[in-house]
Design a protein around this ligand. Structure first.
Ligand code: EPZ
Length: 419
């Protein structure tokens, strides 16, 4: 097992860097199965979720290897629509392969997917959407999908589920006629998926808006495609919230925050200074212990992302005054707060509302329980008095590539140790 050992108090200065978005790359790996060819994904972090998804692809006949920070996928020889039982339960994104398998083979079989323990992770929106399009789905101890009678259809999601939107897009790309998905997710990751599939000859429009339309095509092109997903807005947000907690000044390219409007709005109202350096380069200066963030409500994009909620709470613990965070996507996503309380955080929970009274944090030995909860403990360690040990960093490695190196480059005192 590995842990981060952090000495708190160092401000962060320097240039913000981040990889391509984990939550774009995972559905893109799934989507590459629909065509029988080579896909190169640029600036791809070697994070655990990507490694597991590549392992799943290999087990059904695909090829996946890294060449530097480029992930090279070859799905020519994918031969099976049965996902490996030992891996699908490791990650949530295994579920996103179903739509691609239905497009390629008409069938899919898998165990229930895994994913961070952040509350209920049901799959009903995926299943209802596919059933509405004519699939038959049986769910016992495994999920079996028969998509031989899939037809283009108008589907309205009861909640704008990111994964379900992605699954339905992938299952519809080769269906004769027009499939319409209403109340769909609008995350930038959906736009990446649309752009990648359209590079392969699909006819998808509307990603990023409330309605997505897919005109079916006979076949996707199998010529080699190189795709650069959007920058990981959650990694960028995590690093910005780290600097907001400890103070300092970061330089960033405007492109990096184009999908982070809700976070940048919070910063603008929170006494930090953002100024334009030259062209598209900006600096953001954070004062230590500035005012809390007031009321923040998470929600589907473009609202404040649930995947930054734990990091925002940790940052609020280091400011002064009150912050109230209402979690509307995963209402139980607060298990990490117990660990923050060990560090002296003043946090009260009322169902899906988290009240934070900013104060002082002290170093402690704490344990990461999930990906973003683990990131919040790192932020707390960066600002706490003394030394903090964050154990079980395997959770953090699922979604951040060498986080300790990125933070060290910005001036943090953090190292990785085995225990
Ligand atoms: C994706 O998960 C992301 N994961 C999550 O990121 C992210 O938190 C989430 O979208 C919301 O933005 C990946 O892309 C791999 P949802 P997903 O379906 O698709 C409920 C991270 O930290 N729901 O949009 O599983 C669900 O319980 C991870 O990077 C159903 O009820 O999320 C939740 O309350 C964590 N039935 C809400 O919808 C379903 O069939 C949103 O879930 C599906 C979802």
């Amino acid at each position: 097992m590995e842990k981060f050992v952090i000495s708190g108090g160092n401000k962060l200065y320097g240039k913000l860097t981040a990889n391509s978005a984990k939550n774009s790359i995972l559905p893109l790996i799934a989507a590459s199965i629909i065509c029988e060819g080579v896909t190169e994904i640029e600036n791809c972090p070697k994070i655990k979720d990507v490694i597991i998804m590549c392992e799943i692809l290999r087990k059904i006949g695909g090829k996946a290897e890294f060449s530097g920070d480029k992930l090279i996928l070859d799905t020519t020889d994918v031969f099976s629509w049965e996902l490996p039982t030992d891996l699908t339960g490791e990650i949530r994104a295994s579920l996103f392969i179903v739509g691609a398998l239905l497009s390629r083979f008409g069938y899919a079989l898998m165990q229930f997917p895994g994913g961070c323990k952040i509350g209920e992770r049901p799959v009903d929106i995926h299943i209802d959407g596919l059933r509405c399009m004519g699939a038959t789905v049986t769910c016992s101890d495994e999920l079996v999908f028969n998509g031989k009678n899939l037809k283009s259809q108008t589907v309205t999601l009861r909640f704008p589920s990111v994964g379900a939107t992605e699954n339905l897009i992938m299952s519809a790309v080769k269906l004769k006629g027009k499939t319409v998905i209403k109340n769909c997710a609008k995350e930038p990751e959906i736009v990446d998926l649309q752009n990648y599939l359209n590079m392969r000859g699909a006819k998808i429009s509307g990603a990023g808006k409330d309605v997505i339309e897919i005109e079916g095509v006979d076949k996707l092109s199998s010529k080699k495609v190189s795709f650069t997903p959007s920058i990981d807005r959650i990694e960028v947000g995590t690093l910005l919230l780290s600097a907001s907690a400890v103070g300092g000044e970061l330089e960033f390219d405007g492109e990096m925050v184009k999908n982070s409007y809700s976070l940048m709005k919070i910063f603008e109202n929170n006494a930090c200074k953002i100024y334009n350096n030259n062209g598209n380069i900006y600096n953001i200066e954070f004062k230590r212990r500035s005012l809390g963030f007031g009321k923040v409500v998470t929600g589907p994009y473009p609202d404040f992302p649930t995947d930054l909620q734990p990091q925002l709470v940790a940052c609020a613990c280091a400011h002064t005054g009150l912050t109230a965070v209402e979690e509307k996507v995963f209402p139980e996503r607060f298990s990490y707060t117990e660990q923050l309380q060990l560090m002296g955080a003043n946090i009260d929970l009322y169902k899906n509302l988290c009240l934070v009274e900013g104060g002082n944090l002290h170093g402690e030995s704490v344990v990461a329980g999930d990906l973003r909860g683990g990131a919040s403990l790192v932020i707390a360690g960066l600002v706490a008095d003394g030394e903090t040990q964050v154990k079980n960093v395997g959770h953090i490695d699922r979604g951040y590539y060498k986080l300790e190196e990125k933070l060290t480059r910005l001036g943090a005192k953090i190292r990785r140790e085995r225990y």
